[in-house]
Ligand binder design. Sequence first.
Ligand code: ZN
Length: 364
Amino acid sequence: MLKKTFFPGRYIQGPSALEQLPQLILNKGKQGLVLASASARRILSEKGGLAELPDVWIESFSGECCEKELHRLAEILKKKQTDVLVGMGGGKAIDTAKIAADRAGIPVLIVPTIASTDAPCSGCAVVYSEDGIFESVHYQKSSPAAVLVDTEIIVKAPSRFLVAGMGDALATWFEARSCHQTRSPNVCGGLATQAGIAIAKLCHDILRQYGPMAKISAEKELLTPALEHVVEANILLSGIGFESGGLACAHAIHNGLTALEETHAFYHGEKVAFGVLTGLILTDAPPEETQGVFAFCEEMGLPTTLGDLGLVRCDRTRLMQAAEKACAPEESIHNEAGRITPEGVLNAMLAASAMGERRRNIVH
Ligand SMILES: [Zn+2]
């Protein structure tokens, strides 16, 4: 199998990075269109960043990355002869822009307004039904042409987004390590390069070193070097790390948990974090490593028990539905070593949750 690593064309991060957007648009085309979430629209009107570009149209995102929205957008792109598309907002606005640009054969620029997932730098996106139910993963022909992260915007978002982003990024190293050990393919359809592995490991180390300070910074809306480091870990390092390192049990367990309605109120990264803890127990990671990850999640306020994900009264039968979904044949859980079964996953979920409870009772 070939080694493969995908990168975004450019990555720009820092306070007032949004000021770079007009030039980036001009570098790529003549007729720009910004697909903007409601909060992105507000930011654009406050900062007035596109005033000097008369040929840029701002279009409001409908709220769901679904075929209906993609068709609507395709019509607008055609009518306005758009040759560069910008996706600005949260994960779904970004994903919609990535798919729409890919189908139209034009470059896409990504401007995340929160750091809650590692979606911005990757060349894949998730399509949902109009009601928000997962439908499929769409792989683009190329990675985003540029990713622009204005940390003055990120720091003003609720801190829960940054913490959820750390939960998503926490999985990157453990999943890349598993794929490397079993020589399983990454999301680019190849084996990890040395760069992919090193970036995934760096992502983990930055979270563990700077996570606590970044969380405090986000809560107080203070721009600090630690916050900058963690934003880079959540968006750039985790983005390259998961795509070029590969996915394994944590994301499969996340997908399994989405089968239980109680978890829908929780963010992607929050469910992924519990998937990491479950995965460490499932794959027999060294106990001191597992305890260290529990301690990190506790300090960050990430879920460490099923109760933390709204599953306090969930019985074994329903939890088994999640475990079975996590073990579906197409799931990345099979990138782990050995044979993974729903029974094993269920036991690991319950054991992780019991460990989370036990530690909480000892600490308090
Ligand atoms: Zn993820």
